[in-house]
Unconditional design. Structure first.
Ligand code: GLV
Ligand code: MN
Ligand code: MN
Length: 452
C-alpha cells in the first residue's frame, strides 16, 4: 500500500523526493499524518506570501510597531487563528493572542488548565524577508488548526502569540511585546519618541492599545507550561549539515546604543578646514573603529545600522550626527567590556575633534539559556524526523529571550537559504516547514502525555 505514494507528480505537489522515499517505510497512520503536514506546510507558505504583502512601504516589506500595516497584519493573522478554532484577542500593547481551550479545564489541578505558549513576532525590520517572525506564528497556527480539524483537545490550553514588536525598529527598544507578557516592560519606555516625535504611549493608544494597562497584561507564571518558538536560523549551520531543523541551546545578549556627536554646523565654503568641528567626520572615524574593534575580538559582532547627519545639506558642515550601535557576544561580560571600550573610544575621538559625544544605552539584554528539559525533549523529537540532531546557539535575539523571565522556553530553528536574513532574500523550503510542523506536533503530544 505504501508503494502507491511513489507517483510522479505527487513529489512536486508535496515537496521533496527524499521525503517521498521515506513514506515507503512508514505505517499507514504516519503516512496520513505526513500528507496532512505537507498540506499544512503549503498553507503556511501561502500565508507567508499573503502576510509578506502587508507593508507600510510600497515596494518593500516593512512592518513596524503599532503601524497601520501591523493593524492589517493582526487582522489577517487573527482571522487565521479564528479559522483554527481559537478565540482571539489583542492585549494592551497590541500582541495578538489566539486561545485554544484545553480538553476539560475543570479536571485540571488549578483554577483552569495550564497553558502552553507558542509563537513569535509579527513586526519586521525595514526591507525585510518574509519569514523572520512570521514563520513561527504561522507554524503554531497550523498545528492548532490540525488539532481543531481532528477535534482534538489537549489536557492544556494553547495560546499562539503574535508579538507586536521584537525588532525594535521604531523605538530601538526591542522585545516590547514579549516584555509586557513577561512583566519586565519598563514604563519609562512609554516616553521614548520615534523619528516623527510620536511617543510610544501615543503610538500604542492610536493602535487601539492601553498604555496604562501594560502592567496588568502580564501573564500568570503559575498557569504556564512553557513557551516554544519556531524561527528561521538566520545562519547557515543547518544548511551546511543538511538538516531541516535544530533545537536552540541559548540566545545571545545584546546592547543597543544611540550615540550623538555634537559639533558645529557652518558654511561649507568659508570655514577653514582647521577650524571645523565636523560631527560627521568624528562619527565616520567612530564607525570604522567599531568595525575594527569587532574584527579583532573573537565572537564579537558590532554594527552601526543607522546614521543621520544634520542639518543634511551639501553646502553645510554637519553639526550633529546620531547613530545606532548594536553589539552582541554570547558572553555577557565580554559584551559589556566591548561596549565600555567603544564608548571610551567615541569620547576620545570627540575630544580630539572638539565634538561633544553623548552615549545613551537604549536596550540591554543578557544571554539566556533555553530550558534544559524542554530543549532536550525537542532535540529527541527532532531525531525522529532527520537522521541526526544538533543544538545551535542563537546570535540573533528572539522573543524567547524575554519570555524566559516568565516561563521555561525552547526554540526550534528552521534551515534558511544561505543563512540570509533581515533581507528580502530570506528563503525557506516547504519541506523544512513540514518537518517543523511535525516536530511541534510531536512536542504537543509528548507534553500532553506528561500532563494528562
Ligand atoms: C532580531 O532580529 C535581532 O536583531 O536579533
Ligand atoms: Mn529579526
Ligand atoms: Mn525574528
Amino acid at each position: 500500500m505504501c508503494r502507491c505514494w511513489y507517483r510522479p507528480g505527487l513529489t512536486a505537489l508535496i515537496g521533496g523526493v527524499e521525503w517521498i522515499g521515506k513514506l515507503a517505510w512508514l505505517p499507514p497512520q504516519d503516512i496520513v499524518d505526513e500528507l496532512m503536514n505537507a498540506d499544512l506546510a503549503r498553507t503556511v507558505m501561502e500565508r507567508i506570501e499573503a502576510l509578506g504583502q502587508i507593508s507600510e512601504e510600497p515596494d518593500r516589506l516593512t512592518r513596524t510597531f503599532c503601524s497601520p500595516a501591523m493593524r492589517r497584519a493582526n487582522d489577517l493573522v487573527g482571522s487565521w487563528m479564528r479559522a483554527a478554532g481559537m478565540d482571539v484577542r489583542e492585549d494592551a500593547i497590541g500582541n495578538l493572542i489566539g486561545h485554544y481551550p484545553a480538553a476539560n479545564p475543570k479536571s485540571a489541578r488549578e483554577p483552569g488548565a495550564k497553558v502552553l505558549l507558542l509563537g513569535s513576532h509579527l513586526d519586521t525590520v525595514r526591507n525585510a524577508g518574509k519569514f523572520d517572525g512570521a514563520l513561527g506564528v504561522l507554524v503554531a497556527i497550523a498545528c492548532v488548526q490540525r488539532l481543531f480539524q481532528n477535534q482534538i483537545r489537549l489536557p492544556f490550553a494553547i495560546e499562539v502569540l503574535g508579538f507586536a514588536d521584537e525588532e525594535g525598529v521604531r523605538y530601538h527598544s526591542t522585545y516590547l511585546g514579549s516584555k509586557v507578557l513577561a512583566g519586565t516592560f519598563d514604563p519609562e519606555d512609554l516616553k521614548i519618541t520615534d523619528a516623527e516625535g510620536v511617543t510610544m504611549a501615543q503610538a500604542i493608544r492610536s493602535f487601539g492599545g492601553h498604555p496604562g494597562a501594560l502592567a496588568s497584561a502580564k501573564l500568570e507564571r503559575r498557569h504556564l507550561l512553557g513557551y516554544l518558538e519556531v524561527h528561521i536560523e538566520q545562519g547557515s549551520v543547518l544548511e551546511e549539515k543538511k538538516f531541516s531543523v535544530g533545537a536552540v541551546s541559548a540566545i545571545a545578549g545584546q546592547t543597543r546604543t544611540r550615540v550623538r556627536f555634537l559639533g558645529r554646523a557652518g558654511h561649507a565654503a568659508t570655514v577653514p578646514m582647521n577650524r571645523r568641528r565636523d560631527a560627521l567626520c568624528a562619527a565616520a572615524q567612530f564607525v570604522l573603529a567599531v568595525e575594527n574593534h569587532a574584527r579583532r575580538s573573537a565572537g564579537l559582532v558590532a554594527t552601526v545600522g543607522e546614521i543621520a547627519a544634520l542639518p543634511g545639506s551639501s553646502n553645510v558642515i554637519p553639526g550633529e550626527v546620531n547613530l545606532s550601535v548594536d553589539v552582541r557576544h554570547s558572553d555577557d561580560a565580554t559584551r559589556a567590556a566591548a561596549c565600555a571600550r567603544l564608548r571610551d573610544h567615541a569620547k576620545d575621538i570627540g575630544k580630539a575633534r572638539s565634538v561633544d559625544v553623548k552615549w545613551h544605552v537604549i536596550h540591554k539584554t543578557r544571554s539566556v539559556a533555553c530550558d534544559r528539559g524542554l530543549s532536550e525533549m525537542l532535540n529527541q523529537l527532532v531525531k525522529r524526523h532527520q537522521r541526526e540532531s544538533i543544538f545551535l546557539p542563537s546570535g540573533a535575539g528572539h522573543d524567547a529571550a524575554a519570555m524566559a523571565a516568565l516561563t521555561p522556553v525552547a526554540m526550534l530553528f528552521v534551515r534558511c537559504k544561505g543563512g540570509i536574513s533581515h533581507h528580502p532574500g530570506e528563503s525557506v523550503r516547504v519541506g523544512d516547514v513540514r518537518v517543523a510542523i511535525a516536530v511541534m506536533e510531536d512536542f504537543l503530544q509528548t507534553l500532553a502525555r506528561c500532563d494528562a
